[in-house]
Design a protein around this ligand. Structure first.
Ligand SMILES: [Zn+2]
Length: 397
């Protein structure tokens, strides 16, 4: 059954239609469904790392791909929450994204020492070997692929923020061990089933994500770590809701449904069948677009630095939020920051009203609180009654 699927693709079929690809947006929307031309055999020896399903080979789910891309262009979007059942490609998309992001500077040391630790905590902020290296003017870092850090469900607060390092006796320094949050700096932190985490842990993560850094205190010692990560959470609503105050803190909210078009489902099936059978063939098919995508993200990040958001455009967005009765100021921040990232992804340095309209659904859905609405309307009624009584008492006197 399975073996005949990839061969069904006709190697003679020319690329049906090739609209011009000018931006990240075009790559996301147009590349995944392209015709695949099978080579005789994929050359596995050219790849050292285990194969990762190419981000751009994911069929459909354009909003998911767009949201993930935008969140890597602008960290101030404040994280992405993926809501949907299992088996809809959430994890595949996140792994694929990590794999195509531009390289990071990371620590070359067991303790994870960084130059920024010296800026934050002085020379005592790094291990003796790194302090020596720093003194000799050697770098403490190397270039590495962006990591996808997955938070284990049974993680403790000590795992997350860090604690006392049991190896500190080796170098006679009371050194704190870096937690998951510090390791996630400049990487992607993925929390599957975020609705099942304790309040204490999710608050620590969201605070660090919002600030871009955090401080750990253990007795007399403390250390500050950078934590500038892209936060992605996922939840299956069948397994419990996310508390509204936590939900509010995720910038983008995506409802991930299975594909509805049978042709798309068939393409998704053939791509994943090919990946199971011969992963490097699929990777090769998307290699050139993937390389362009990676460059485009870097370019978008550059454009983003000088992006302009006119006041009237911002007010247009704020009016939409107010007309929906959404109170949270986080909605304003996310809407405007996402629109900026979207313009940059489209290679423009000026945000337009169309940008706001395009990205508004993923920012605004699940923001309206039925509870708060009812609460406020009851309070308004009660306020009216109080005022009536005050006026009546005035007249009586
Ligand atoms: Zn070190």
């Amino acid at each position: 059954m399975m073996s005949n699927q990839p061969e069904n693709r006709d190697p003679q079929t020319p690329q049906a239609h090739n609209p011009p690809i000018n931006s990240l947006k075009d790559l996301i929307e147009q590349v995944s469904g392209k015709n695949i031309i099978l080579a005789a055999d994929g050359d596995a020896s050219a790849y050292a790392a285990p194969p990762v399903f190419p981000f751009l080979a994911i069929i459909g789910q354009n909003e998911l791909k767009l949201a993930l891309t935008l969140s890597t262009i602008n960290p101030h979007i404040g994280g992405v929450l993926l809501i949907g059942p299992r088996g809809t490609g959430k994890t595949t998309a996140i792994r694929g994204l990590a794999n195509i992001l531009p390289l990071n500077e990371v620590s070359a040391c067991y303790y994870g020492c960084l130059e920024s630790d010296i800026e934050n905590n002085g020379l005592d902020g790094v291990c003796p070997a790194c302090a020596k290296k720093f003194g000799e003017g050697q770098p403490l870092t190397k270039k590495e692929q962006v990591q996808l850090i997955e938070l284990p469900l049974n993680a403790t607060l000590d795992n997350v923020i860090g604690g006392v390092d049991e190896r500190h006796l080796l170098h006679n320094k009371m050194r704190l061990k870096r937690g998951v949050l510090a390791s996630a700096d400049k990487n992607i932190l993925y929390i599957d089933e975020v609705n099942l985490l304790s309040n204490e842990i999710i608050n620590a993560i969201l605070d660090a994500a919002a600030a871009g850094h955090y401080t750990v205190r253990r007795g007399a010692i403390s250390a500050k770590y950078n934590a500038r990560f892209t936060l992605i959470g996922s939840m299956n609503p069948e397994e419990g809701n996310l508390r509204p105050q936590i939900l509010d803190r995720f910038g983008l909210r995506l409802l991930i449904k299975g594909l509805s078009d049978p042709m798309q489902r068939y393409q998704a099936y053939t791509n994943s069948a090919l990946f199971r059978q011969s992963p490097y063939q699929l990777i090769q098919q998307f290699q050139s677009e993937t390389a362009i995508f990676s460059e485009e993200i870097q370019e978008a990040k550059q454009i983003f630095k000088t992006i302009k958001l006119p006041k009237e455009t911002a007010l247009y967005g704020i009016n939409i939020i107010q007309s929906l009765g959404i109170d949270s100021l986080r909605a304003d921040q996310t809407l405007l920051e996402t629109a900026k990232a979207y313009a940059a992804a489209d290679k423009r340095d000026l945000v337009t009203i169309e940008d706001i309209i395009t990205i508004a659904p993923m920012v605004l859905r699940l923001r309206k609180s039925a509870f708060m609405e009812k609460y406020f309307s009851e309070q308004e009624k009660s306020e009216e009654i109080i005022n009536q009584h005050i006026q009546k008492t005035d007249l009586d006197q």
